[in-house]
Design a protein. Structure first.
Length: 425
């Protein structure tokens, strides 16, 4: 299948981050959707634009329409690269897959993204474009993650591909399962969490027995959020049953995570510090450090740009990460990488007063970028580039050794293509 060329998520996000004018591009994409031969790629880009503008429903509708026309896309590059990475992506919102386009900002790799149809059963296996290495970017914590990863495994077997970030057994990094799965790792603390549906939760609250239901988690205050939410959406700390009922009255979701509240504020200044760390091929790298006087801190609400003192502390954290933070938690990072079986993933974490690593979220789709203002954050770019280099090196080390062939043919019964027969001869 011939990929259609699109601008891609990273390029469009950069325009938005820099405050660019989307109006001309939006109009051009709409015109292409209506008239152009490359209408599928225009729909994919317009899907991202609409999501950036706060229209997620329309954005996802456009994505679905595009994928009905074409499931393979090549990210625009000014010039062709010598190597190609095939990215298996899920049909999710613009931030749902591993941000491969952000992780490969240079022209070292052409990026071809294929969206498998997880509902497909039998039939012809797609004739995928020639590539040197493959990567599974689908979210590991989604509701249908098992189906998606199994579909990619099937495609990888037919294509004789080794696919990075495709463990033999998927361990979903859900908030309620991580504490049990990773409980034996020394100096790692994951807030105890349970998953509960609205009807059971409301009944427990009305009967006044919620603390009995949540006995494995702890006692008030509880931290609650809707299942599937990220970036603080719907996140709340609740002190009483009355607050819980008021919270539910203002939400429409049917399933929630209820977890223990971990007070990770520093004894010295009472501020909360949350770190984003990514692991590439088992090695930990710093992404950012957010500092705030409120417990529900993430980078966007910490106002780091307004405080030189905070930025100096973040720079110290990043510049000395390998010899300090990473060294303190070296065995924990190694155990996490081994336990999850992922070649690339990120985590949002903190340190408690006993020096344990407190992990709030593990995700193979956490955003990593170098779009921050160079004048305000001059220390960040070099650290982001180290992540990008490590990611590119990991791909390069796993590139196919057989000669590239543009006419790979794959069929569903597992018969090997000509290239595969040659490779195994």
């Amino acid at each position: 299948m011939e990929p259609q060329v699109r601008l891609g998520v990273a390029a469009l996000a950069k325009v938005a981050f820099d405050g660019g004018d989307f109006a001309p591009l939006r109009s051009e994409l709409v015109a292409q959707c209506l008239n152009g031969s490359e209408s599928a790629s225009a729909m994919m880009d317009l899907s991202v634009v609409e999501q950036i503008f706060g229209n997620p429903t329309l954005g996802m509708q456009l994505q679905s329409q595009a994928l009905e026309k074409c499931r393979t896309y090549r990210t625009y590059r000014p010039q062709a690269a010598n190597k190609t990475v095939l990215v298996y992506a899920a049909e999710v919102h613009m931030g749902g897959n591993t941000p491969v386009e952000f992780l490969l900002p240079n022209d070292d790799f052409d990026i071809v993204t294929y969206y498998p149809d997880v509902t497909a059963k039998g039939g012809i296996v797609p004739d995928l474009p020639a590539h040197d290495v493959a990567f599974c970017s689908g979210p590991a914590d989604s509701e249908d993650a098992e189906y998606f990863f199994e579909r990619v495994r099937g495609l990888s077997k037919v294509n004789c591909d080794k696919v990075l970030n495709l463990p033999e057994k998927l361990i979903k990094p859900e908030r309620d399962t991580l504490p049990e799965l990773l409980s034996r790792i020394d100096r790692l603390r994951i807030p105890k969490t349970i998953r509960i549906d609205r009807s059971r939760l409301e009944k427990a609250l009305q009967d006044g027995v919620e603390e009995k239901i949540f006995s494995d988690v702890g006692r008030y205050p509880f931290v609650v959020r809707p299942v599937g939410s990220h970036a603080g959406l719907g996140l709340a700390k609740l002190e009483t049953g009355a607050e819980f009922l008021t919270y539910l009255a203002g939400r429409t979701e049917e399933n929630f995570f209820v977890g223990e509240y971990v007070d990770y504020a520093s004894e010295a200044d009472k501020n909360f510090r949350k770190y984003r760390v990514v692991l590439v091929d088992g090695k930990a790298f710093p992404c950012h450090m957010a500092i705030s006087n409120q417990w529900d801190v993430w980078y966007m609400n910490s106002n780091m740009a307004a405080s030189e003192e905070k930025r100096q502390e973040e720079q110290t954290f990043m510049d000395h990460f390998e010899s300090e933070f990473a060294k303190r938690h070296q065995s924990t990072f190694a155990a996490l990488a081994s336990g999850l079986g992922l070649d690339y993933f990120g985590l949002d974490c903190a340190e408690d007063r006993e020096g344990n690593l407190v992990v709030f979220e593990v995700d193979n789709a956490l955003i990593v970028h170098d779009m921050d203002c160079q004048d305000t954050f001059p220390y960040k770019k070099k650290h982001m580039r180290r992540i990008f280099t490590a990611f590119g090196d990991m791909l390069s080390q796993n590139c196919l050794t057989l000669e590239r062939n543009e006419s790979r043919t794959c069929i569903s019964d597992g018969t090997l293509s000509r290239v595969e027969q040659h490779a195994l001869a």
